[in-house]
Structure formats: structure tokens, C-alpha cells
Write a protein that binds this ligand. Structure first.
Ligand code: ATP
Length: 272
């Protein structure tokens, strides 16, 4: 997903049905979907529709998925970019990309703009190590200018995702910018069961597969890890020449994914 410059107003057919668990977050984002669908209902009494919301939570918990589902539910185009795409750019390029993105979005409004890893451009001054500070600040300033530059009735909702809300420049969190925060946590037992349900759908499983047990075996797993387990299990069973995926294949897949997670945690450098 990182390779593309940004999703240029794609239509998505993901809906809330594809997002398992996250019930509280869904209630909050449904309100935003309704703003997009019937803005006049909300502005009729003089209220201002929020421009943006911050989705806060650990990696792989479904922030991107939820943002896409919002576009799918509201049936509006989905624009996206990732803060990390702006790392190591030549001077001026970051700001002009932001300008382009908003220009295209304005032409297709109502729409959703999703900014993944906003902390890569939105860190408070002096805390960024990945990009030259001038360039990062130019990009961030352009984003603030664009957010301030459209009215609340423009039909553009900007969603941004981060797992480090604490490092964000306070300018981003001011009223009229990302003034709502929606937390997207790792799933509990019930949530994991629901996520398994979604990701087991395309897989030919043995009839005695115990989904409760799968959920119980995977504490601390994010949705992305569960999707990974389901896929690995199918590949493991296929390699063995089976015609359905059994519990033992899931056991092996869970071990493999845990192994991968441990490796990843070792490589990840400590945050400042
Ligand atoms: P990152 O911060 O790393 O970008 P993210 O929170 O945006 O992660 P997603 O990219 O939305 O996570 O999730 C990756 C994949 O994991 C999804 O495409 C989906 O297959 C699966 N997934 C994650 N959470 C859920 C969920 N709640 N329900 C169903 N699938 C999920």
C-alpha cells in the first residue's frame, strides 16, 4: 500500500460488514458517514460539521479498513496518502503533493481523504528524525492551510491514522482540524472471534474447527495478525495436500505468526 503516491478518489466497495469488532468506533464513525450523506440535516440549525477525525491505535488494528469502509458506506470517493511517503522528498515536493491531493479531492467532493501515519509529517517541531525539519514543516504547514481553506459545508472529511498521538503538533488538534479522536484498540476475545469469522469466510475449513479456541489462542493479536494466521493456515494445509484446513494447521500458523511478531519487535528500534 505504500508504493502508490495516493489513492486518487477510488470508489471502494468495503462496508462496515468487512470490519469486525470495533463496535464503539463504528458508532462514532457512522455519525461522520451521516454528515457526508446528508450534510444539510446537520447544518440546518447553524452547527458546523467537523472537518476531520484522528483514528488512534496500534498497527494492524483496522484503521485503514475502517476509513475505507466509511467511504464505502457513504458511497463517496476515497483519497489516501501516507505520511511516510513524504519522507526523504526534495524541498517543496511534499507541500505540492498535499496541494494536489486537496485540489483533486475538492473536485470530487463529497469525499474522504485518509492520511495514514500522519505522525511522519505531523510531529511537533524538533522531534522528527526522518525528514529534514524544514521540509516536514513545509508539508505540515500546507496540510494546515488546506484544512483551513475549505468550509465545513464542502463535503470533505479528512481522516488520519496514528499510533503516536502524543507526538503530534498541537496545531493539528485544534478545533476545526482533527478535533475528534476515535480509538481503535486491539481486539478482545469476542473481537478476535468476529475477526476470525470474517477472514475464515473464503477458506475451506474442517467442520469441527473451533473458532472460540482460535480466538483464545491469539491474545494480543491485531486484526492484521489474524488475517495473516488464516492465510498461513490455508497455505500450510495446502502444502500438505489436504482438501480442508484443520485445527492443527491453525496451531502451526499461530506459532509461525507469533515467531514473525517476535522477530519484528526485536528489529523495531525503540521510540524516543
Ligand atoms: P497500520 O497502522 O499498520 O496501517 P491499520 O490499523 O491501518 O494498520 P489495516 O491496514 O486496516 O490496519 O489492517 C490490515 C488488514 O488486517 C486489513 O486489511 C484486514 O484484512 C485486517 N484487519 C485488521 N483489523 C480488522 C478488523 N477489525 N476486522 C477485519 N479485518 C481486520
Amino acid at each position: 500500500s505504500k508504493a502508490t503516491l495516493f489513492d486518487k478518489g477510488t470508489r471502494v466497495n468495503i462496508t462496515f460488514n468487512d470490519v469486525a469488532g470495533l463496535d464503539e468506533a463504528k458508532v462514532e464513525v457512522m455519525e461522520i458517514v451521516d454528515f457526508l450523506k446528508q450534510p444539510k440535516k446537520y447544518t440546518s440549525l447553524g452547527g458546523k460539521i467537523p472537518k476531520g477525525a484522528l483514528l488512534v491505535g496500534p498497527p494492524g488494528t483496522g484503521k485503514t479498513l475502517l476509513a475505507k469502509a466509511m467511504a464505502g458506506e457513504a458511497q463517496v470517493p476515497f483519497f489516501s496518502m501516507s505520511g511516510s511517503d513524504f519522507v526523504e522528498l526534495f524541498v517543496g515536493v511534499g507541500a505540492s503533493r498535499v496541494r494536489d491531493l486537496f485540489k483533486q479531492a475538492r473536485e470530487k467532493a463529497p469525499c474522504i481523504i485518509f492520511i495514514d501515519e500522519i505522525d511522519a509529517i505531523g510531529r511537533a517541531r524538533g522531534k522528527n528524525v526522518m525528514m529534514s525539519n524544514d521540509e516536514r514543516e513545509n508539508t505540515l504547514n500546507q496540510l494546515l492551510v488546506e484544512m483551513d481553506g475549505f468550509g465545513t459545508d464542502s463535503g470533505i472529511i479528512i481522516l488520519a491514522a496514528t499510533n503516536r498521538p502524543d507526538v503530534l503538533d498541537s496545531a493539528l488538534l485544534r478545533p476545526g482540524r482533527f478535533d475528534r479522536q476515535i480509538s481503535i484498540d486491539k481486539p478482545d476475545l469476542v473481537g478476535r472471534e468476529a475477526i476470525f469469522d470474517v477472514h475464515l469466510k473464503p477458506i475451506k475449513t474442517s467442520p469441527n474447527l473451533d473458532i472460540r479456541k482460535l480466538a483464545a489462542m491469539t491474545p494480543g493479536f491485531a486484526g492484521a495478525d489474524i488475517a495473516n494466521v488464516c492465510n498461513e493456515a490455508a497455505l500450510i494445509a495446502a502444502r500438505k495436500g489436504k482438501n480442508e484446513v484443520e485445527m492443527e494447521d491453525f496451531n502451526d500458523a499461530v506459532d509461525r505468526v507469533i515467531g514473525g511478531l517476535e522477530k519484528k519487535n526485536k528489529i523495531i528500534s525503540p521510540e524516543e
